[in-house]
Design a protein around this ligand. Structure first.
Ligand SMILES: Nc1ncnc2c1ncn2[C@@H]1O[C@H](COP(=O)(O)OP(=O)(O)OP(=O)(O)O)[C@@H](O)[C@H]1O
Length: 256
């Protein structure tokens, strides 16, 4: 499945199964997600994309009755090991959600929040905030109003703020769960450009319903169906010459 991959692996998943109570939602998933690239998870509603994404930073730990078996190694570390501190893990593996969720505080404090709780020295905070807002492609729009409420930003700006907030703690991986589904086309475009820029430094995984978006921005695509990973490969291959009938049916719009 991964023979032709030239990049190094960042996330290695082996035999991952997940149950919500008696609902066996993910079946024996194995995948190698390469470093410094964009990997898209696609598939019809309810196929397990978001569930699988959440396995990559243990967000499913918060869900009662959720049981996971299998291995997830990120940069060689078994993230389900008892020794792992989930707060540190989520610093290393950041997440951006469907709906922008800035904290009800200033733009500056939203970005400073993570570095502060992780103990960044006070004199470094402003520099980190500027760095993260620049990297989140938001600095030019907000540099004159850092102390105003983040809730006054537009939806697209709020989403870039959430990305900046994630970048402020210097993650290795950023997980995006449908980050553009609440945004207009112009804001979507900005987020897509930003993701393409960010992959130079970070490993990106994105769940998207939008196949054009997957085709535009991802290097690799994984197609899920009913809790199974049906096919994973380079995005051009998945879209132009899928190996599995189910992938082809989905890509060509025959179902889903
Ligand atoms: N918190 C939860 N508790 C119980 N079952 C859940 C939970 N979240 C998801 N599920 C179930 O797990 C399965 C996979 O859902 P998931 O949301 O991961 O799919 P998805 O492909 O991301 O769907 P969508 O594209 O609609 O967001 C579904 O059967 C869903 O009902």
């Amino acid at each position: 499945m991964t023979d032709d991959f030239t990049s190094d692996t960042e996330i290695e998943v082996r035999g991952l199964n997940l149950w919500y109570g008696t609902n066996h939602a993910l079946h024996d998933i194995s995948i190698d997600i390469p470093k410094n690239s964009v990997t898209a998870f696609i598939g019809p509603s309810g196929c397990g994309k978001s569930t699988f994404l959440r396995c990559l930073n243990r967000m499913n730990d918060l869900i009662p009755n959720c049981r996971i078996e299998g291995n997830v190694n990120i940069n060689g570390e078994d993230i389900y090991s008892k020794a792992v501190d989930v707060v540190d893990l989520r610093k290393k593996v950041g997440m951006v959600f469907q709906k922008p969720n800035p904290f009800p505080m200033s733009i500056h404090d939203n970005v400073a929040y993570g570095p502060r709780i992780h103990g960044a020295p006070r004199k470094e905070i402003d520099g980190i905030v500027e760095y993260a807002l620049r990297s989140g492609a938001l600095w030019d729009e907000v540099s004159g109003r850092l102390n105003t409420s983040a809730l006054d930003l537009s939806g697209g700006q709020q989403q870039r703020l959430c990305i900046a907030r994630t970048l402020a703690v210097k993650p290795e991986v950023i997980l995006f769960d449908e980050p553009c589904s609440a945004l207009d086309p112009i804001s979507t475009n900005k987020i897509e450009d930003l993701i393409l820029e960010l992959k130079k430094q970070y490993t990106i995984v994105i769940v998207t319903h939008n196949m054009q978006q997957a085709a535009r921005i991802s290097d690799y695509t994984a197609f899920f169906l009913l809790g199974d990973l049906i096919e994973f490969g380079r995005t051009e291959q998945i879209f132009e010459s899928p190996q599995k009938r189910e992938t082809e049916d989905y890509i060509t719009g025959r179902f889903g």
